[in-house]
Design a protein around this ligand. Structure first.
Ligand code: 5GP
Length: 181
């Protein structure tokens, strides 16, 4: 499989991502000071963002992980989402912040929100690195957004195409992987 030659253009470079992550960290610190923060990172796509974001939040916190797999080919989200790794920490009465790579239709995030809400957290909010407002189909408690993107398939900084590109340091659009819609 080709690699960097498949990149169409860089949308958000390392400096921009770093600057925005630091801003989000400051905002989250202001909002969660004095609370019982539990950061739940959604694997695999949010692992790079969460590593930087959590270190930008100057507060005590517990970090945990959930993995959700949506089955399907290509670049479109399917409606079949499966929780393949659950959070281990008890979230009851705590302030849970879900860290996502991207909210596209919102179906994946909504699935995890519903899954955690029944465990009775005190608060439950979402921070997404990327948000595609044009594609959203279901409501999610999206409190923090890194960047909005149009209807373009992006890779890098944790996001993949066919399992690859997660290690690209920047967020980029792929050649010839325009949305099928
Ligand atoms: P949603 O359920 O919001 O439609 O999509 C959620 C998941 O689809 C994301 O967590 C991500 O794994 C994948 N996804 C949606 N849009 C993109 C994109 O532009 N690039 C990549 N790499 N994954 C995407």
């Amino acid at each position: 499989m080709a690699y960097k030659e498949d990149i169409e253009r860089v949308l958000f470079d390392r400096d921009l991502i770093e600057q925005r992550t630091l801003e989000l960290g400051r905002q989250i610190k202001a909002d969660y000071t004095g609370k019982d923060l539990v950061v739940v990172t959604v694997l695999k796509g949010a692992f790079v963002f969460a590593a930087d974001l959590t270190r930008a939040i100057d507060l005590p916190m517990v970090v945990d992980f959930a993995e959700i797999v949506s089955y399907g080919e290509g670049t479109e989200t399917t409606e079949e989402v499966v929780l393949t790794k659950d959070v281990a920490v008890n979230v009851k009465g705590r302030d849970v912040l879900i860290v996502e790579d991207i909210v596209d239709t919102g179906l994946t995030t909504a699935f995890l929100v519903d899954h955690l809400r029944i465990r009775d957290p005190r608060s439950l909010e979402v921070c997404a690195l990327l948000y595609k407002p044009a594609k959203q189909r279901v409501e999610v408690p999206l409190r923090y957004v890194g960047f909005e993107v149009g209807d373009v398939f992006v890779v890098g900084y944790g996001l993949d195409y066919a399992g690859k590109f997660r290690n690209l340091p920047e967020i980029a659009a792929l050649k010839q992987v325009a949305s099928e819609e």
